[in-house]
Design a binder for this molecule. Structure first.
Ligand code: AMP
Length: 281
């Protein structure tokens, strides 16, 4: 594993790799790495000759300055974790001024994928995601780019952007990694107290219970929202049961080939915002 800080050095290194016909995988991250990130890195190491892991806390995707301020920063531990993944891994760790020498004035719009759920509650979030991911795609020119299904909606938005801008690469979605309690691993989990962590485990428990209910879409939705809201310390911001590809709401199970429930819950006193999803079909 070695670290590169500038776009110029990154491009030089990858040009040499490609000249030697080596394939390149990209894993974009914001740091504070955990086993969820490591699963993407290991997959890329297995499927590519070189893996670039970007560690960049992208300011343009934070609509809440407090969220950005308290986001965990653990670069040394991140490097140790990447080291433990083995393979030919490059950590790309640029400064903000490197990625945004000038304000990024580009505007991306892919409704409904980027306008519902996270898009509705975090205005500008997906625009920032598209800004940084499109820059990374341009600089790295990966053969494959790895994204976690934990951020289910993000993958749908990035697929639209890839089609729109005609990037020649494969998006590889990777399954959610959970801790023993079922809680989806997230960098923000480190901000939870042990009690809040125990509370947060209810999110996936209730989502799983809702599968076996065998109820209508409406009743399934209400069961998840009412059960979680009845737990002190949890507050559902939204729960949408959607077409897993277009992300449009469904009202009947047979309305779409894939049906997914996407949830965001506020947890604890701070509160910390947690996202998760469940596949019904
Ligand atoms: P982030 O650093 O939160 O921007 O995440 C970087 C990448 O890791 C994204 O593609 C996330 O979806 C993915 N990721 C984060 N947490 C997990 C997890 N628990 N399981 C699988 N992938 C994850």
């Amino acid at each position: 594993m070695h670290t590169i800080n500038t776009i110029l050095d990154l491009r030089r290194h990858l040009d040499m790799c490609r000249a030697a016909e080596r394939t390149v995988g990209l894993v974009p991250t914001m740091g504070a790495l955990h086993e969820g990130h490591a699963s993407l890195v290991r997959r890329s190491v297995k499927e590519n000759d070189v893996t670039v892991v970007s560690i960049f806390l992208n300011p343009t995707q934070f609509n809440d300055p407090k969220d950005l301020e308290r986001y965990p920063r653990t670069l040394e531990a991140d490097c140790r974790l990447l080291e433990s993944c083995g393979g030919d891994v490059v950590a790309f760790v640029p400064r903000v001024s490197e990625m945004y020498p000038d304000p990024d004035l580009r505007h991306f719009s892919y409704p409904p994928t980027d306008s519902v759920m996270e898009g509705a509650f975090r205005p500008g979030h997906f625009n920032g995601v598209c800004q940084i991911v499109s820059k990374l795609f341009t600089y790295v020119m990966p053969d494959r780019a790895y994204f976690g299904e934990k951020d289910y909606q993000q993958i749908a938005v990035i697929r639209r952007m890839v089609a729109d801008l005609e990037f020649r690469l494969q998006i590889v979605p990777c399954p959610v990694v959970r801790d023993e309690s079922g809680l989806a691993m997230s960098s923000r989990n480190s901000l939870l107290t042990p009690e809040e962590r125990a509370l947060a485990a209810n999110i996936y428990r209730v989502l799983k219970e809702s599968i076996v209910l065998g109820a209508t879409v409406r009743d399934t939705h209400d069961y998840v929202v009412n059960t979680l809201n009845a737990i002190p310390g949890l507050e559902v911001q939204y729960y949408n049961i959607v077409d897993g590809d277009s992300l449009a709401d469904v009202s009947e199970w047979d309305e779409a080939e894939h049906v997914v429930g996407c949830i965001t819950v506020y947890c604890g006193a701070t509160p910390i915002r947690l996202i998760d999803h469940i596949r019904y079909k």
